[in-house]
Structures are given as C-alpha cells and as structure tokens.
Design a protein around this ligand. Structure first.
Ligand SMILES: NC(=O)c1ccc[n+]([C@@H]2O[C@H](COP(=O)([O-])OP(=O)(O)OC[C@H]3O[C@@H](n4cnc5c(N)ncnc54)[C@H](OP(=O)(O)O)[C@@H]3O)[C@@H](O)[C@H]2O)c1
Length: 231
C-alpha cells in the first residue's frame, strides 16, 4: 500500500536514509526542512517528494506544513519524527548552560508533540495511521554523565506512550525506535566508536520501511538495538 508520509530530519543522517528507502518502496513523501532548498538537485528532489519549511521550534510551521500537504495530496497516513538535537549537558551544568535544556525540550519533545497534534485528524481519518519516532537507547537508560539529552528522550518515550494510548482505537500504531550509536553527524561528534561499528542509517531505514507493511495487530511499540553489548 502506498503511504503518504510526513518526515522530519530528512536533510541528513537517519531521516535522509529513511526518506530514500521510503521513496524506493513507492511511498509519497512530504519533508519538513529548516532549509527547504537543501535537497534541491538531490535524489530527494523528484515528483513524489514535496519539500516544506519546518522548524521544530515553530509550531506554526508544523501547522502550515500539514495544511500544505493536505492541499497537495489530500491526506497523511504516516508521520516519522527524525529531527533531533544532542547537547552533552551534564546534571551539574554550568551557570549559563540552562538554555541547552530548553533547546532539548523544545526540539526533542515539544517539536514532535506539536507536529503530531497538527497531523492527528488526518492520521485518524486514514484508519491505518502510523507514527514512528526516533527515540534512542537514551530514552530507556542513562549512561555516563550526559543528563539533558537522556532526560529529553525519556520524555519523548512518554510522548510515544501517550500517542499510542490516544490513537489505538482509531487504528493508529506507534513505534519508538531506540538505537544506540548510529553512524551520523550526531554520533560522530560525541563518541570515539568507529563509524563502521555503529548501526548504519540504511539498516534503520530498512527496519522503518518494513514496519510500514505490518498490519495493526503486529506493529511493535518499541524497537531497541545496540551496536555493542551493554552490561
Ligand atoms: N545518531 C545516533 O547515534 C542516534 C542514536 C539514537 C537516536 N538518535 C536520534 O535519531 C534522530 C536523528 O538523528 P541523526 O543521528 O540523524 O542526527 P543528525 O545527523 O544530527 O540530523 C539531525 C536532523 O534533525 C534536524 N533538526 C535539528 N534541529 C531541527 C529543528 N529545530 N527543526 C527541524 N529539524 C531540525 C536536522 O536538520 P538540519 O540539517 O537543518 O540541521 C537534521 O536533519 C534524532 O532524534 C536523534 O536524537 C540518533
């Protein structure tokens, strides 16, 4: 079944890989980008892919993006949240660093919340809505001294559970995707793990796309994966 997918974070990293695989699988995409020109002339600049301005900090951009997509294609049945931010903010953050906590809350939690709220009526009316959220293993356990990022991801996991409860009877199924290190700009900036040893974005893209072919009774709520053993 061809789906109409709203996807954040497609400019790079995991979102970009998922967008490519969705297109190969024959879906129709609406990408929300801070710079809607960023993908001009790339493999994501083709007929079945629309590019809209979207900034997770601006709820009005989420609403305008949803409205534009509905005008263009008449419906939305799938929402994939890949946009996200990592700050290393520790528990004992320095004076003046608290703005990082606001950034993490705004982009990692409120952004997906607003966008889900805007797309909700369309997901419901499709009768087979799907929401995938790039959470993280950091939404399940806290490792080391990073505090702000995992706290935002635990909150995002709570948001996933709320979406699931709210949407279940209307045919909406939610999956929280929880990898550890994935070979993208985000991970390469903060860990010494070899890129080749990390989970690859293309593997997440395969998983994400195969989830979309599952019927309502078989969609997993959570997909957790590690690229190395945690004891
Ligand atoms: N990489 C990992 O190891 C890893 C592991 C677990 C979970 N995750 C999660 O997976 C998701 C994708 O991560 P990634 O590794 O692909 O990250 P990435 O390569 O750093 O890409 C981040 C994406 O988020 C977008 N973004 C950032 N701030 C935004 C904003 N205010 N409004 C709209 N878009 C914004 C970026 O757009 P611009 O190009 O405009 O900046 C970019 O497309 C994130 O939620 C991340 O927390 C990543």
């Amino acid at each position: 079944m061809q789906r109409t997918v709203l996807l954040t974070g497609a400019s790079r990293g995991i979102g970009r890989s998922i967008a490519r695989q969705l297109l190969i699988d024959g879906h129709r995409l609406s990408l929300g980008l801070r710079d809607p020109e960023a993908l001009r002339g790339t493999d994501l600049d083709v007929e079945d892919v629309a590019h809209y301005p979207y900034d997770a900090r601006e709820p009005a951009s989420a609403e305008a993006w949803v409205e534009g997509t509905l005008r263009q294609w008449g419906g939305i049945d799938t929402l994939i949240h890949c946009a996200g931010l990592l700050h290393r903010t520790p528990l004992l953050f320095a004076d003046g660093e608290e703005h990082e906590l606001d950034d993490l809350w705004t982009i990692n939690v409120k952004g997906p919340w607003w966008l889900t709220r805007a797309a909700w009526p369309s997901l419901v009316s499709s009768g087979h809505g799907r929401i995938q959220v790039l959470v993280s293993m950091s939404g399940k356990r806290v490792k080391g001294r990073m505090a702000g990022y995992p706290v935002s991801k635990f909150a995002l996991m709570g948001l996933c559970q709320s979406m699931r409860n709210e949407g279940w009877d209307q045919g909406i199924r939610v999956t929280a995707i929880c990898p550890s290190w994935v070979n993208t700009d985000m991970a390469r900036a903060v860990t010494a793990v070899e890129p080749a040893a990390m989970t690859q974005p293309s593997d997440l893209a395969s998983l994400s796309c195969s989830l979309l072919s599952l019927p309502n009774a078989s969609v997993p709520f959570e997909l957790a994966m590690n690229c190395s053993l945690e004891t």
